[in-house]
Design a protein around this ligand. Sequence first.
Ligand code: UDP
Ligand code: MG
Length: 340
Amino acid sequence: MMQPGLKVQTLSPGTPPATPSISAVVPCYNEEDVLDELLRRLRAACEEVVGDDFEIVLVDDGSRDRTRELLREAQSQDPRIVVVLLSRNHGHQLALTAGLNIARGKRVFVLDADLQDPPELLGPMMARMDEGFDVVYGTRRSRAGETRFKLVTARAFYRLLDRIVDVKIPLDTGDFRLISRRVADILASMPERHRFIRGMTSWIGFPQVAFPYDRDVRFAGETKYPIRKMLVFALDAITGFSVLPLRMATALGFMFAAFAIIYGGFVLISWANGAVIAGWTSLALLVLLLGGVQLIMVGVLGEYVGRLYMQSKERPLFVIDEVLRAPADVRTPDRMAADG
Ligand code: UDP
Ligand code: MG
């Protein structure tokens, strides 16, 4: 029992202002095992930098484990937490987009739920941003605990991408980053469905700086990026930022045309000399080769046409089931003064 006259210590922290200094945005898909630890570390990191002046936007991307319930519970206990429940699984990039659209902070801190991106780097990244950058993006100096396959494919992918896209997209850079309000607003205004957010951020421009860090092991649970999703993601990145694969058709066309002229000369001379033989092997090889190349190029064309088709439907990028958020703290300067 509480004695009368004793000062009541509020356990729950205060509601952040309508535009907090920092919004941390975290997409979560079947992350029941990491949420507790994530919230503990992320909250501590934010408190250290800005006190109560932050919000944590957690997006549930249609999880099938207890993630939703855990998020609801966390939100009911801490007014600084905002929970966005999507109607189904929309994929990492769209879940992140939903979070970016809901976040209101002056700066937005984007990180994965699995603690591979250390929340404690918020402080140093804020300091970098204070120097006048709009984007401070995490660049992986090392990646602990990833499979050899993931390391090799990721490395190759970022280098391939660098060679073929028109925008300079930094190597070995994920979505772990701190962005300014204006960059968040521009990102939110980009209507593309097949999103490669790290590339889109580079495309936006403004002063951006790399922040090298060591990527930790996944705290718990397993990767939500199986090979199939990795491949689609890579295709979204390439088609989203380059039409080079389409131009390959033209290049190949010229190559084969040149070959045809040379080989045609040979064929004609053979005919003139009366040395025309059965030639089934060469014919079969030519048909196979040309047929293969043509099918591949039709497939490449299809990748673009398919995306064009999906985009042309202009469907919303994601569907929100529910947003859980404490009513904004509407302290006016007067009241704040009265509060002391
Ligand atoms: N994620 C998501 N929707 C998905 C897949 C992943 O929101 O369909 C989230 C996931 O919960 C995590 C982040 O995206 O916070 C990155 O996923 P993960 O750590 O599994 O990818 P990896 O680090 O293995 O590339
Ligand atoms: Mg991860």
